[in-house]
Design a protein around this ligand. Structure first.
Ligand SMILES: CC(C)(COP(=O)(O)OP(=O)(O)OC[C@H]1O[C@@H](n2cnc3c(N)ncnc32)[C@H](O)[C@@H]1OP(=O)(O)O)[C@@H](O)C(=O)NCCC(=O)NCCS
Length: 175
């Protein structure tokens, strides 16, 4: 069952992050989702948890990309995803991803962006080639990890869209 992630669920979210990422990675990734949940108005971000046995075992957070006001495109960045290691590899994370795709598509969002392992996100339809149309505010350390997925039929050929992002992601070391 999915539920919105709020400050009340932070303890579970922390548990998920420290039981999926390595300790070193969790020290970087948990503060990002924690900041998104606590500081960004719910109407602006999309933070969902998947509850099982009365606790959150999967957490996902999307935040908006901010384009020039004349831009024809809208997009959200997949800022965080983690699945508690007890619940990994059972193929149900796709339900969470599909729910997000539907919610953001219903909102009229054109594209989703992610900066992570393409061998994982490729299976959800993210493409490295498409990502090249979206220019992040920071230089990417691993260009091969930058991907996009279109939710709408908006045509983006031959166009580059520059964007900025929320404060939680406005840190060059995350890129
Ligand atoms: C990556 C992660 C979210 C996958 O969650 P999950 O619930 O196990 O995912 P699913 O059940 O939908 O998919 C499992 C599949 O993805 C594969 N997979 C898991 N992590 C992967 C990775 N980093 N790269 C490529 N494939 C990966 C598994 O081998 C499995 O493959 P299969 O379907 O062919 O058997 C989870 O392992 C996790 O939280 N990892 C630590 C945090 C992290 O790295 N987050 C960022 C994701 S790149």
């Amino acid at each position: 069952m999915t539920r919105d992630l709020t400050v009340d669920g932070l303890r579970d979210v922390k548990d998920v992050f420290f039981n999926s990422f390595t300790g070193e990675e969790a020290l970087i990734t948990y503060p990002v989702i924690s900041q998104i949940i606590t500081k960004i108005p719910q109407i602006m971000s999309l933070c969902l948890g998947w509850e099982q046995e009365k606790r959150i075992v999967r957490a996902i957070a999307f935040t908006p990309a901010f384009f020039d006001s004349s831009s024809v495109i809208s997009a959200y960045i997949l800022a965080s995803l983690a699945v508690h290691n007890t619940y990994q590899e059972n193929g149900t994370t796709i339900n969470l991803i599909n729910k997000v795709k539907k919610d953001l598509s219903d909102k009229g969002i054109d594209a989703l962006l992610v900066y992570r392992d393409p061998s994982y996100y490729g299976k959800y339809g993210f493409e490295v080639e498409l990502g090249k149309h979206f220019i992040p505010p920071y230089k990417l350390q691993y260009e091969f990890g930058w991907q996009a997925l279109m939710l709408s039929s908006t045509q983006i050929e031959n166009t580059e869209f520059h964007f900025t992002c929320v404060e939680a992601l406005s840190d060059a070391t995350l890129w």
